[in-house]
Design a protein around this ligand. Structure first.
Ligand code: ZN
Length: 252
């Protein structure tokens, strides 16, 4: 199946232009084609492709479960400074393809597809009402340099799409204070040093429950550092993390 997808997506620039046209339509809300297989579809990801997304609800762990309660996931993470962790699924094909298209191939419409998958896989099955409902969604910010290079912050695009689906507002409450090397290029120990004191909270609102939004979590070092910036100002804050993919590191 993957070969078929890859063949489809590698073909000529004519097809690539079709993707762009589809993207524009999807950006405007006209879902006439699936962004993954280009079949006619009312949704941005068709039911057929949705079936191939490996979600935690398909494994032993229900998406309604806070992943921090699952030892299998926690063992891969730095000791978390957040209270809840929800993800669509493992960071593997085809979820990784959507994330990489969003981050590195200027396919901003993939944010809408990823948010839709998170909505169907997590939000519809999880207790996000009453005291479990975050007051605001906060994107993990990029440095100014990376923002200029990429042209947008993928976490902000995810927040925009997730706000529409969840009816929870979003706000850029964190600012990146320094440019850092891409975490994906570093090992576990280097990741912590690289991201240290990289964020500052830039709001004066006394929030009680915030959801941090990011595309992928590996060790959670970036999210943890963002949490420390929030907790420094709001020590009683409850923090939920919503991420689209969770990298399951192989034992070394
Ligand atoms: Zn499809």
């Amino acid at each position: 199946m993957r070969t078929l997808y890859d063949a489809l997506r590698r073909t000529t620039s004519v097809i690539e232009n079709c993707f762009a046209a589809v993207a524009q339509k999807n950006e405007l809300g006209f879902h006439r084609n699936c962004c993954m297989c280009l079949q006619s579809s009312r949704n941005i990801v068709c039911g057929y492709c949705f079936h191939f997304i490996c979600r935690f609800e398909n494994s032993n762990c229900s998406t309604a479960t806070n992943l921090l309660e699952e030892a299998e996931f926690v063992k891969h993470l730095e000791t978390p400074h957040y209270d809840y962790l929800y993800a669509t699924g493992p960071y593997q094909w085809p979820l990784d393809m959507l994330v990489q298209d969003l981050k590195f191939h200027r396919k901003a419409y993939c944010a809408k597809a990823l948010a839709s998958l998170f909505h169907h896989s997590v939000l519809q099955h999880s207790p996000f009402e009453d005291e479990h409902r975050p007051e605001v969604l906060v994107p993990i910010p990029l440095s100014n340099k990376r923002h200029r290079e990429r042209g947008y912050n993928q976490a902000q695009l995810l927040c925009n799409a997730l706000s529409k689906l969840s009816k929870i507002p979003n706000a850029a409450l964190l600012k990146r204070t320094k440019h850092t090397q891409a975490q994906s290029e570093l090992d576990r120990a280097q990741r912590q040093d690289n991201i240290k004191q990289a964020f500052v909270y830039v709001s004066d609102k006394p929030y009680k429950h915030i959801a941090l939004v990011d595309d992928v979590i590996t060790t959670g070092a970036t999210i943890n550092e963002a949490c420390l910036a929030l907790l420094k100002v709001l020590p009683e804050l409850r923090i939920t993390v919503w991420c689209m993919g969770l990298t399951i590191m192989k034992p070394s």
